[in-house]
Design a protein around this ligand. Sequence first.
Ligand SMILES: [Mg+2]
Length: 304
Amino acid sequence: MEVLIVEDDRISQKLLSKTLSNLGYSVLETANGRQAWEKLKTGEIQLVITDWLMPEMDGLELTRAIRNADLINYVYIIILTSQEGVDNIIDGLDAGADDYLIKPFNPRELSARLKIGERVLDLEQKLKGAHEKMRDLAMHDELTGIWNRRAFYSHAAAELERNRRENLFLSIIMLDIDHFKSVNDRFGHLVGDQALKMVVDTLKNNLRQYDRVGRWGGEEFIVFLPSTTLDEAAKIAERLRVDIAAAELPLSDSDDAILQVQISLGVASIKGDQDVSLDSLVDRADEMMYQAKEEGRNQVRLYK
Ligand SMILES: [Mg+2]
């Protein structure tokens, strides 16, 4: 692990550096807070031992700078102070230092304090990992891996705002698998799940890099098409309809049995300068999807 030393006194700096090297740390040396801060800004260093009194930027100012900055990783700070400066320790801890050592330091104590620091950093890393995983789970549909309704909605809301500024067209496709209940009833939920995955794979294969797909609910999906007019969206929707109707899901219990599904789609578009909320846009696409259902399913309806 890398440790950044911040110490203006050359002899102390060398002594500290040697001790840390002997303990197996890789060491970066700086002579004041300003130099240290330049290195810390990269966000890679997480363990700092800093002297208190230094020219240009002292240990207290450095500590405050680290805590006020929005660095990617937590930085564990140990402040070094002389016996005469012991009263400063509280100020240092108040400013955000994690620990302190009094000079001259005992190498074994230094080692023990650094190990505490490493433990804290390790815990922080694990917590971060768990947090990211939870965030990921909260945003994605478990079965298909695509965005869930909430994630889709927040993405689409942000895109709609951007669209308004740039005054572009934007389209939404709502689609629903026809007679999906009978798939589940006839073949069971496992096959139903496979059919959902097949639909999602076909959707993904047909969409462009910036298009987004989300699971809106049960067998209902929503597609977001930025910079896309109604005519273009209609072509995409028709292609999705044809490709999904052609996709085949092999049924494992017999050699040549396959399952095929069809979808009904509704398309709605807006231009950026039109004052239409995301909810209304989704409602329009939804309305058209139901019209497609009512008029015989396996077809596309456009909101005009
Ligand atoms: Mg000093």
